[in-house]
Design a protein around this ligand. Structure first.
Ligand code: FAD
Ligand code: NAP
Length: 313
């Protein structure tokens, strides 16, 4: 029986592993289906994590030392995909892909949330090299420069507003002429002088070279006209896939409370609605979707796991 099963090995899962093992738990396994590190390993540069400020260092460089530090105190990494988590009596059963099961007293789910891709030419090629899904992370790289935002929902318009305080101009490209975003958000955006709404339009192509994105071509779907927008960053906000599948039972019902957007409802202690089950990082409600906050969540969940186990004894 494990003391704690951690599912996902991004910043939240690794930090949860560090704090549970360093806090005295002997039997902690982190189930990560790939190499530990999480989404940030796709980033070409990170400059908003305090203490790490080296120009030109990638997300992969950044995560390099995390693993060594986290495994030093006894965290075990099982390179396996988790299929399902179930509460069975007082404990949890973690079912792995292939059918193997593992028992654990507690579980911390840290499987993250992945931004959806829009599907235009060049999106994958320049992802993390000029095509971004995070204004907080990458907006500052375009200080006083123009940027393009794709999407017409609340996220796209809220992030466009955030970018408008940093960048010279923000061009919001949306495929229809009506916005999905809430009317007050749209009103606020329309009042901002440096935000320009480019409706009935799609990104036809993101182009660039070995240095990264150089520009985008925007096509008006009504007139067919294509406009070249050179020297712009491109921010894509077309929704998220919350990776909550492990929290569904065999009938497809969630085992804990989830909001309308698939995010796990937790309190400030990262407790879910099921005692002994915690969620941390981008998978939770109101997640700022930053490495520092995911790591913070992981530490909070780990300390709660230690208290929970003590209370059970
Ligand atoms: P994730 O990092 O998403 O990790 C989840 C892990 O769970 C993954 O490794 C996945 O393989 C694993 N997993 C999922 N399902 C299963 C399963 N069923 N079984 C086993 N394993 C599973 N943040 C910043 O603070 N600053 C930045 O500059 C920045 N730049 C970014 C640039 C890019 C290109 C991207 C994509 C993100 C960036 N972010 C940045 C955001 C940051 O990466 C995330 O907020 C952070 O990684 C979230 O951590 P997490 O641990 O919650 O989830
Ligand atoms: P969303 O509401 O699903 O909006 C996605 C947007 O991207 C839509 O405008 C959609 O266009 C567009 N889109 C989707 N696929 C595309 C593609 N392939 N190419 C081009 N455009 C594409 O996603 P979201 O904005 O991330 O919001 C998710 C949920 O969170 C929503 O319910 C939202 O209300 C909520 N949210 C709330 C707040 C808040 O209350 N403050 C903040 C953020 C998010 P169409 O409109 O044409 O479909």
């Amino acid at each position: 029986m494990l003391d704690c099963a951690i599912i996902g090995g991004g910043p939240a899962g690794l930090t949860a592993g560090l704090y549970t093992t360093r806090g005295g738990l002997k039997n902690v396994s982190m189930f990560e289906m790939g190499m530990p590190g999480g989404q940030i390993t796709q980033s070409s540069e990170i400059e908003n994590y305090p203490g790490f400020f080296e120009h030109g260092k990638t997300g992969m460089d950044f995560m390099d030392t995390w693993q060594e530090q986290c495994f030093h105190f006894g965290l075990k990494h099982e390179m396996k995909k988790v299929k399902r988590v179930a509460k069975t009596g007082e404990h949890f059963t973690v079912t792995l892909e292939g059918g193997e099961t593992v028992k654990s007293m507690t579980v911390i789910v840290c499987t993250g949330s992945t931004p959806k891709r829009a599907g235009f030419k060049g999106e994958d090629e320049f992802f993390g090299k000029g095509v971004s899904t995070c204004a907080t992370c990458d907006g500052f790289f375009y200080k006083d420069k123009p940027v393009t935002v794709l999407g017409g929902g609340d996220t796209a318009l809220e992030e466009a507003y955030y970018l408008s305080n940093i960048c010279s101009d923000v061009y919001v490209v949306h495929r229809r002429d009506e916005f999905r975003a809430a009317p007050p958000t749209l009103d606020r955006v329309m009042r901002k002088e440096n935000i320009h709404l480019v409706t009935n339009s799609v990104i036809e192509e993101a182009y660039g070279d070995a240095m990264g994105l150089q520009g985008v071509k925007i096509k008006n779907v009504v007139t067919g006209e294509v406009t070249d927008m050179p020297n712009t960053g491109l921010f894509v906000f077309v929704g998220h896939n919350v990776r909550n599948e492990v929290l569904k039972d065999e009938k497809g019902e969630f085992i804990c409370k989830i909001n309308d957007w698939g995010q796990v409802i937790v309190d400030l202690s990262m407790k879910t609605s099921v005692p002994g089950l915690f969620a941390a990082g981008d998978i939770r409600i109101e997640a700022p979707k930053q490495v520092i906050s995911a790591a913070g969540d992981g530490s909070i969940a780990a300390l709660q796991v230690i208290s929970y186990i003590q209370e059970q004894q």
